[in-house]
Write a protein that binds this ligand. Structure first.
Ligand SMILES: [Cu+2]
Length: 746
């Protein structure tokens, strides 16, 4: 088990048995070298070429052929990786070795002195990349000294095999909580004599493995919270995790929906000291732990106390996605081509899925796109829930939390999976299989017109290429989908599912003041999920201008005598402060990204452009509700606006800073934009914040039907007409009349 990578402390028994969190939802730990599979594509038939390149691709002309290759030895690289390819297993191994060498550590004594948090690609400088300049391939490493509690950053030149940059972070800066940290936090609580005594005395629970401990980063909402990080006398900063406790009551293993059985006390553990620092809520008379069985697990549905206990009998007939000739995309390493789209797939421990170099018909649109941060504040002011706010990207890492997806369940149809290689705390590569799914879906009618005079129908169905990844962050599921469409649109959809993080009512509450009862005795607190996508735009080239468009009614006057006039008004953003904006559905507000280097639409005479259409999926939503003075609004300042625009900088990566765990300030967008740089006609980056205000429903329990949010990047004068006009007419021969329908006329 992976806990052995930590130095043993007095509070953890080596005989301790617990379930590895990583094996539940975050993939297994690999050992040794990993074989590297490279997927190559073979076109089954030649593509039909039109005047603008490949178009009118016949359906199902391509097949994916997976060709296993031999291990790529680091010293004898057969094929140079693309500069944006994620690190291979060998590269991770060698990067970790370089750091150990730099520190004079051997693999044997590393355990005591170094804990690798992340080992990932240090992407080349954008300027060099787009100019095609060869730069050294580098890894970036974040590591923690478990003796001093000091975290450090390293950069390793992988060609030279040595550390070329090393920096200790200020005392108290905490890197993200890895899957191993989450396992450790639960193990510390389950082995704590103090927690065991509390469980016994308060609840008569003597079987500690039945106490489930959800590990949450600790949001420092007050000075008292901040002081908690300095609890030690020796000055070593606390690396804290608060654990929300639940009691497992049904089933033999881990099947029980423990969120139906919340416990009121909240232990806080220090991962460095490996002990429980404090237990919140002990002063209260112990309330009753709810016992109703409210299950979603297939093995326990039959025990449900009040929900259905049997599967519904009117089961659906099969609905199969049949692509007899296979899918229509081609995959070469991490590069994908589909219809006129071309892009590269990236993946890292923090952002998870990343899209690079997205182009349509060889015209660039996006240099890089990913989800770069989240803030999930909970609204309950009763202590200790002021500390309940997760920055899931920076605190846990969407890549570390990525699921290995399941064919025929998570993904339907002809699937191409991308695997990923991450790292464990010893710097070993950890292979995560099937973390990215790519497939095609029918999306109904794309365009249609009937000449009503003669009934002639021209209709085309829309096919989409969908690239997706799913993260389980403790109780919650986030499902991320990039949709590439034949009309040039890019949809980014996020579905939210999983389990509500529940709790008991606070002392004195008879009904939840900031929550909703979702099961007998079970309170689900109101919260928000604020996301922010980083869109490094490249509409027809890297220099773009961003503007806002609002539609206004015109007052009746001489020019508008009938009062029917309304029209859009476009306002160009000159500087960063101009571009800090909030959605307004009353004016149909959207933001436009126009080429600033002379690319002009032949019809409109205006620069070619895309628009960012906010909240294209799910209802329009406000910015973060927390008070501007609150720690949430300070640290999560990105969520106080729906839009920010900055000039590109290689060092401006994460809008709440590189390190969010126990952070108290933004260290990101507010700082970067303070000098109010010019953005007009620059290499611009859009930071689009959006989200869901979640007032839980009973229907969200025991597991939440997907809620959806997201946006669309839509061509707006990028093309000179409907880009999908060249789709040839087709009729799907597999479609059939339903039984009993349309009897032939007598
Ligand atoms: Cu929610």
């Amino acid at each position: 088990m992976i806990l052995s990578v930590f130095p043993r402390g007095a509070t953890i028994r080596t005989s301790l048995v617990w379930r590895p969190y990583s094996s539940l939802v975050r993939g297994a730990v690999a050992s040794g070298s990993l074989s590297r599979s490279v997927s190559r594509s073979k076109s089954a038939t030649a593509r039909a070429k039109g005047p603008h390149g490949a178009f009118a691709v016949p359906l199902s002309v391509s097949r994916i052929v997976t060709v296993p290759t031999c291990n790529r030895n680091f010293s004898t690289v057969l094929t140079a990786p693309h500069p944006l390819d994620p690190l291979s297993a060998d590269e991770i191994t060698h990067a970790a070795a370089a750091v150990r060498n730099h520190l004079g550590l051997s693999p044997d004594n590393t355990v005591q002195h170094l804990r690798f948090v992340s080992v990932s690609l240090n992407e080349p400088p954008k300027k060099d990349y787009i100019q095609g300049n060869k730069t050294p391939r580098k890894a970036e490493i974040v590591a923690l000294n478990p003796v001093t509690g000091i975290a450090s950053e390293y950069k390793v030149d992988l060609d030279a095999g040595r550390v070329v940059d090393a920096k200790d972070l200020p005392k108290g800066v905490q890197p993200l909580l890895t899957p191993e940290d989450c396992d450790l936090a639960e193990a510390i609580v389950q082995s704590s004599p103090e927690v065991a005594a509390a469980m016994r005395d308060r609840y008569n629970i003597i079987d500690m493995p039945t106490v489930t401990c959800d590990p949450w980063s600790i949001h420092l909402a007050s000075e008292e919270d901040r002081q908690l990080t300095n609890w030690r006398d020796d000055g070593i900063p606390g690396r804290l995790v608060q654990t929300f406790l639940y009691h497992r009551q049904y089933g033999e293993g881990l099947e029980d929906n423990v969120y139906a059985h919340p416990i009121d006390i909240v232990p806080v553990v220090d991962l460095i000291a490996r002990k429980v620092v404090t237990i919140n809520g002990m002063e209260r008379d112990p309330p009753i732990i709810p016992t109703a069985s409210v299950q979603y697990h297939r093995n326990l549905v039959k025990t449900n106390s009040y929900l259905e206990t049997e599967w519904r009998q009117d089961r659906l007939a099969p609905l199969d996605v049949l692509q007899p000739d296979g899918p229509s995309f081609t995959v070469t390493g991490n590069e994908v081509e589909w219809q006129k789209w071309k892009f590269r797939v990236g993946f890292n421990y923090r952002e998870g899925l990343v899209l690079h170099d997205v182009s349509y018909d060889d015209r660039p649109i996006l240099h890089r796109a990913s989800l770069v941060e989240m803030a999930v504040p909970y609204a309950d002011p009763h202590p200790p829930y002021q500390r309940k706010c997760a920055f899931d990207v920076g605190d846990y890492g969407l890549g570390f939390c990525a699921n290995s997806l399941e064919l025929g369940c998570d993904c339907l149809g002809h699937i191409h999976y991308f695997d990923a290689v991450l790292n464990d705390s010893q710097g070993n590569p950890v292979e995560k299989k099937k973390v990215i799914c790519m497939h095609e879906e029918d999306n109904g009618v794309l365009w249609k017109h009937v000449e009503y005079r003669n009934g002639h129908n021209e209709a085309r169905r829309g096919r989409e290429l969908i690239i997706s990844s799913i993260a389980t962050v403790v109780n919650y599921e986030y499902l991320f989908y990039w949709h590439l469409r034949q009309d040039g649109c890019i949809d980014f959809k996020i579905k939210l599912s999983g389990e509500l993080s529940t709790n008991l009512l606070s002392e004195g509450e008879k009904a939840p003041s900031h929550g909703v009862m979702v099961a007998p005795g079970v309170n689900a607190q109101i919260h928000q999920h604020m996301f922010v996508a980083k869109l490094d735009m490249a509409v027809d080239s890297h220099k773009n201008t961003v503007s806002e468009v609002n539609i206004y009614s015109e007052p009746p006057n001489e020019a508008n005598p009938y009062g029917n006039a309304f029209r859009p008004k476009e306002t160009i953003f000159e500087t960063e402060s101009d571009a800090q904006r909030i959605c307004d559905s009353n004016t149909s507000r959207y933001w436009k990204i126009s080429n600033a280097e002379g690319k002009v639409n032949g019809i409109t005479g205006k620069p070619t452009a895309f628009k960012l259409q906010p909240f294209n999926f799910g209802p329009s939503q406000p910015v973060v509700f927390t008070d501007p003075s609150s720690a949430v609004s300070q640290k999560g300042a990105f969520a106080t606006k729906h839009l920010w625009v900055t000039p590109h900088s290689d060092t401006e990566r994460f809008p709440s800073g590189e390190y969010t765990v126990q952070g108290t300030g933004s260290n990101g967008l507010p700082d970067w934009t303070a000098s109010n740089r010019n953005i007009k006609g620059e290499d611009v980056v859009l930071w689009h914040a959006f989200g869901v205000a979640h007032v839980p429903r009973p229907e969200d329990f025991p597991v939440m039907p997907c809620e959806i949010t997201g946006f669309t990047l839509k061509p707006d004068g990028f093309f000179e007409g409907n880009p999908a006009i060249d789709l040839a007419p087709e009729v799907n021969d597999a479609s059939k009349l339903a039984k009993g329908c349309c009897p032939p006329k007598a």
